[in-house]
Design a protein around this ligand. Sequence first.
Ligand code: KIV
Length: 276
Amino acid sequence: MSIYSHLQKRDAPPVTLSTLIEMKAAGERIACLTAYDASFGALVDAAGMDLILVGDSLGMVVQGHDTTVPVTVDHMVYHTRCVAAGVGRAFLVADMPFVSYALPEQALKNAARIMQEGRAQMVKLEGGAEQVRTVEFLASRDIPVCAHLGLTPQSIHKLGGFHVQGREESAAREMMADALTLQNAGADIVLLECVPTALGAEITSELSVPVIGIGAGPDVDGQILVLYDIIGVTPGRKPRFARDFMAETGSPLDAVSAYVAAVKDGSYPAPEHCFS
Ligand code: KIV
């Protein structure tokens, strides 16, 4: 039993991948947030989050780097294991870090570590058509996969900065095609980061798997943010899509609960958090 079990909602059944698929079908918005340690894992879980991501954003918000590139598989295993100790209900997803999934066999070995040692229920990896072989390889070996499209922070040195993706028609068509190809290859969730609202809506309506957005507009199946952005401790400039719920509430638990409520009732994201 976890030392956080008193916070866990005993009456609420655990969220599974099937729950998330049913939520998409029912039009119920999926609330998602990052966490990096057991205490916040327990708090975020107790606030009613459906999905918790141990993001490699930990390289920036926990380790203080200016990109996610320095994060290693050992870091992800350690932080995922910490978060898992606090979580009782939410579905737990963890990032595969930079170059840890460049080849399918390497991806399988590292995903297995993140699931067996870290206790994640799904791994997330960044990239489009170039990841199809890896996604197929993982999916055919019972590794649930979330495919991250749009702004992919691990490619920051190629992208040249944190910019909105898919604004040009050709880039939008390519992202749409990638999303469908990754779904057909076995991806169970697609995550879109920093894309125009119209493209977020189009990809969501074309895909049968849940689509989670961060800066992808209101018409996706669920929203995700970085924990530190909603509790007012963002180091440096706050991204456009972030909203500081701590400023509106006053305690971390109330802030995270207010975020869940705002995702569920559709009041987050508002137009000022979206891109055209
Ligand atoms: O690493 C992370 O926290 C993420 C989210 C921003 C989606 O990938």
